[in-house]
Design a protein around this ligand. Structure first.
Ligand code: ATP
Length: 513
């Protein structure tokens, strides 16, 4: 819409200028028009590419990144190395008549190291490296995007020649912006021209070129990319880059802790367990934040405490100054201890820490050590999760008599899980087609599940009500309790090993069940 208005405004402006010029003698307006035309040409990337908008692509002199600097991603690295062989051994590739790989698409969630992999590929193949982003090619004026694509390829060749390299890697981040499915955009003529130009440039890459170009592109949304780009001969390889698993998280942490002073108590394996679902970028941020906390506290080295605080900061946001009243703090402490107690009873060792410091939206929270690499959930597990979610408000009822409004998101979460149970055929309704279940029947089934788990949570909390009181008081004083401290305070037996968990990060008790 905005673009259309811009076009209309440009048209009116041009009309007005033409009207004024026609009324002036040629000798007065011609020099001005020539000057304006020249400036327009320069700024739109004709003679001085990228002037006015920042360069289309950025040359990186020796990325300095190697595959060893990237934690995990073993499969992605392996696939990449295989695909890059033709750049490392061009003569052999030519002897076998191998068609060059023109493009490699790295697909995966944000912050998982796609840019790092492309940089490492440049080091591995001794190529020049030029980085750009899909959005650098986007313009409303027809033809400009296509011109920028041509320019980026030409620049990659120039850079390689200047650096005396035989190959160049052109890295395009967020390729979906430039290579989305054709016809989806409002100004689709321009998008289509830009994408077509990319296809033309890629089709033009051949083994006879003095500089072999490899396009590496990254995306978080491979589903949005036009099929024309994915057909063989263009982006020949799609390399999946996944969130790191337990071992990979530990590797990433080790990489980013290199050269930082670490206290003796630091166990990076333990931190890896507590950071399920974190990307490489999150983990880098945890290491950095922990170092900042240690420096601010004038500590001689980074401790486990700094790392745990950093995880919470990365997960939940900055600690807020917002300080609830004493009465509210006591309620929050009781509520959080309720969640933590039922979690520790049902899944021993699953609580990483309990906190009542305000961060982001939360007034307090229990940080769980999530299950590692679990793709399916059993009925027992879902029921346990509902019971844990409802335990906060049940603890308030038990120790303070009345519940509060602080449990809204717990109820939403519990109701969502209960609906899931109905839809997955885990209730007396049996297997159901989601859309044919009458709302009243769904409501009854969900309510039955929630009531049952509420009763269960109340019974579990009742058995440990004295411990719950003690833990809530300690939490009020200290603001944060670790899993071991919490177990001791509520009167649960200590767990053997690091938080009683197996190497795969699953609670020992659950594995034995
Ligand atoms: P986006 O999709 O958002 O562009 P990306 O996948 O390209 O992200 P990078 O830019 O490569 O991610 O990573 C960001 C930062 O995160 C890196 O500079 C690095 O510090 C850290 N990082 C990410 N993944 C890893 C990893 N596997 N090993 C070490 N560090 C990593």
């Amino acid at each position: 819409m905005k673009e259309r208005w811009r076009e209309i405004a440009t048209g009116i402006g041009a009309g007005a200028v033409a009207f004024v010029l026609l009324r002036l003698p040629v000798s007065q307006w011609l020099p001005l028009a020539v000057l304006a035309g020249l400036l327009f040409y320069l700024f739109r990337g004709g003679l001085l590419p990228g002037v006015g908008r920042g360069a289309v692509a950025q040359a990186v002199q020796g990325t300095g990144v190697t595959f060893d600097d990237i934690g995990g991603q073993a499969t992605a690295k392996q696939e990449l190395k295989e695909a890059l062989e033709f750049l490392r051994r061009p003569d052999e590739a030519a002897r076998f008549g191998i068609r060059p790989i023109r493009g490699i698409l790295l697909a995966g969630p944000p912050g998982t190291g796609k840019t790092l992999l492309a940089k490492a590929a440049a080091t591995y193949t001794d190529s020049a490296f030029l980085a750009t982003s899909g959005s650098a090619f986007v313009e409303v004026y027809a033809g400009v995007g296509a011109q920028r694509v041509r320019e980026a390829f030409a620049e990659a060749r120039r850079l390689a020649r200047r650096l005396g390299k035989q190959s160049a890697i052109l890295f395009i981040d967020e390729i979906e912006v430039l290579a989305g499915k054709r016809g989806r955009h409002t100004s689709h003529l321009e998008y289509d021209q830009t994408l077509n130009q990319l296809l033309v440039e890629m089709d033009g890459i051949s083994t006879d070129d003095d500089v072999r170009i490899l396009v590496m592109a990254a995306t978080n949304r491979p589903d949005l990319i036009d099929e024309a780009l994915l057909r063989p001969g263009r982006f020949d390889r799609i390399v999946r880059v996944e969130l790191p698993d337990l071992a990979a998280r530990e590797q990433v942490l080790r990489i980013h802790m290199r050269g930082k002073p670490l206290a003796d108590d630091v166990d990076l394996g333990q931190i890896a367990q507590e950071t399920f679902g974190f990307s490489g970028a999150h983990l880098e941020s945890v290491c950095n934040e922990a170092a900042i906390l240690a420096m601010r506290a004038s500590a001689p080295a980074i401790t486990m405490e700094h790392l745990r605080e950093a995880i919470e900061k990365v997960m939940m946001g900055e600690r807020l100054d917002r300080r609830p009243s004493e009465e509210e703090r006591r309620r929050i402490a009781v509520h959080e201890c309720g969640h933590a107690l039922v979690a520790e009873i049902l899944r021993p060792g699953s609580v990483a820490s309990v906190t009542i410091a305000s961060r982001g939206e939360a007034l307090g929270y229990v940080r769980h050590r999530p299950e590692e690499d679990r793709f399916l959930q059993t009925q027992d597990q879902i029921e346990d999760m509902i019971c844990i979610a409802l335990a906060g408000s049940q603890a308030e009822r038990l120790l303070l008599g009345r519940p509060s409004t602080g449990a809204q998101s717990d109820f939403q979460q519990a109701a969502q899980l209960a609906r899931r149970m109905v839809e997955d055929g885990m209730t007396s309704l049996g297997v159901v087609a989601r859309e044919t279940v009458p709302p009243a029947t769904l409501h009854r089934a969900v309510t039955r599940i929630l009531r049952r788990q509420e009763r269960r949570a109340r019974a579990l909390l009742g058995e440990f009500s004295d411990g719950l009181e003690v833990a809530a008081r300690a939490l009020l004083e200290r603001e944060r309790l670790t899993s071991a401290e919490f177990r001791r305070l509520v009167g649960l037996p200590p767990l053997s090993g690091p938080a009683g968990r197996t190497a795969e990060g699953r609670p020992a008790a659950e594995r034995d069940r």
